[in-house]
Design a protein around this ligand. Sequence first.
Ligand code: MG
Length: 263
Amino acid sequence: MKLLHRLVFVMPIFLLLQCNPATNTPPSGTHSSLYATLYQQHAGEYRALCYQAFNLAGFTLDAAISTPHEKPLAIIVDIDETVLDNSPYQAQAILEGFGYPVRWAEWMNAAAAKPVPGAFDFLKRAAADGVEVFYITNRKEEFRDATLRNLNQLGFPHADNDHLLMRTMGNEKESRRELVTAKFHIVCLIGDNLGDFSGLFENQDAASRMQAVDSSLALFGNRWIVLPNVVYGSWVDALPGFRPGLSDDSLSLLLKSGLKGFR
Ligand SMILES: [Mg+2]
């Protein structure tokens, strides 16, 4: 939740209706994550993609359960935009013209996030099948209690201190995954950011991330299950080269320079 939110313009959602119907061009001054947030909150396609992801995870779960393993089975999930939907925070940021991390703590402590479509049913089913669920998130330690409260209010399985691995020194998740893989056979990893799956993708530029995805093609939809997140993530942080101190104008120019036209 960071770089994209720096591009802040106050713009009511009704302006979406002012798009040119012939070109579908957004009105000038549109917030950079307006369409992405609306997609998450209103597009049937977004919901279908989430169901698709958890249906695929179900196939992987079926296969794992029917195969003997030396270690007990576990599933590793990310939290934000994987099992919990933070789009109300994103929407409020657009409506009131603020950006992350402004009011992020308020949103966290409200523990009011709803489940990402399909996440709850899948994880309940996995737990009922005897598979443990580990939540590896880059939320800060200070939000541990609120995170557990949110997950428990919704009834998510294994929402306790033993199964929740918060951000430690940095954002990388490999060291936390290793703690789980030492004791469990991992059925699948589920996340909205490539860093949720492997250290292969950490701190890579956009082109290198693409190459790493190509080299891992067979894992996607199988052992690695990807949720859609168009609003924020390493994908957009990588575009200007992980340079969080840029001015909005400089960032906007850099992002535009990444567009691939037809001539
Ligand atoms: Mg996430």
